[in-house]
Design a protein around this ligand. Structure first.
Ligand code: AP5
Ligand code: MG
Length: 218
């Protein structure tokens, strides 16, 4: 299974990628997570990226594509992968196509999470993330058993710096202006599969599995 998850911020890409990776034993590659890790480790690339991330803008293509092409080269992805939050521009999509062509591992499907703006705002203002394992909770939709503590590893839950309403709105604008054109890009390549990002986690998972079965992926 080789997938791209495409959709606005808060559509549930990370949450669904976690569920899918557990079920299908494939690798989860999230550029947002990789960048936040680089920020935490105070790596040069992280320091450069942080200024863009805090403003809700895209990190320059050169930084992100280098990170992903290295990851695809250095990791065994032959049993499958889910790309979450990458590509986000046409340039990134073209570079990904080339890298996967070299590896002879073409994409099976690009899942587009169509999601309403009020869903996005509700989800992102209530999101809480585990500092240790990165699991996403939500104060009302997916609350942890104990407030502020991760159910899975006991780590501390925190609110992402870019989950303030003003930055969320900027991220939505950036998505509409720079990423949405990928819907046409992947429609032309006959890879796009639409799913409803407004559904709750298990309902969306069932809808996706149905789509995978119909297209012969599982
Ligand atoms: P990134 O980390 O990728 O953020 P994003 O795309 O804005 O998406 P999010 O992670 O906010 O949302 P999500 O769709 O994963 O939703 P989640 O599952 O968490 O990127 C951050 C920044 O890094 C960017 O702004 C940019 O600066 C930079 N960057 C990253 N990639 C880049 C690239 N390729 N190029 C350039 N720059 C890049 O869910 C959200 C909440 O809702 C959670 O609380 C969750 O518990 C809850 N929830 C999820 N699904 C459901 C559901 N079905 N029902 C109810 N609640 C749900
Ligand atoms: Mg995410």
């Amino acid at each position: 299974m080789r997938l791209v998850l495409l959709g606005p911020p808060g559509a549930g890409k990370g949450t669904q990628a976690n569920v899918l990776c557990k079920e299908f034993k494939v690798l989860h590659i999230s550029t947002g997570d990789l960048l936040r890790e680089a920020v935490r480790n105070k790596a040069a690339v992280g320091l450069e990226a942080k200024a863009y991330m805090d403003k809700g803008e895209l990190v320059p293509d050169e930084i992100v594509t280098k990170m992903i092409t290295e990851k695809l080269k250095d990791t065994d992805v032959s049993s499958g992968f889910i790309l979450d939050g990458f590509p986000r521009t046409k340039r990134q999509a073209e570079i990904l196509d080339k890298a996967l062509e070299t590896l002879r591992l073409p994409l099976d499907m690009v899942v587009y999470f169509e999601t309403k703006e009020d869903t996005i705002l509700r989800r992102l203002t209530g999101r809480r993330v585990c500092r240790k394992c990165g699991y996403n909770f939500h104060v009302t939709n997916i609350p942890p058993k104990k407030e502020g503590v991760c159910d899975y590893c006991g780590g501390e839950l925190y609110q992402r710096d870019d989950d303030k309403e003003v930055t969320i709105r900027k991220r939505i604008d950036v998505y509409n202006n720079q990423t949405k054109e990928l819907i046409d890009y992947y429609t032309e390549k006959k890879l796009l599969h639409k799913a409803s990002g407004d559904l709750e986690v298990n309902a969306l998972f069932s809808e996706l599995k149905k789509g995978f079965k119909e297209s012969g992926m599982i």
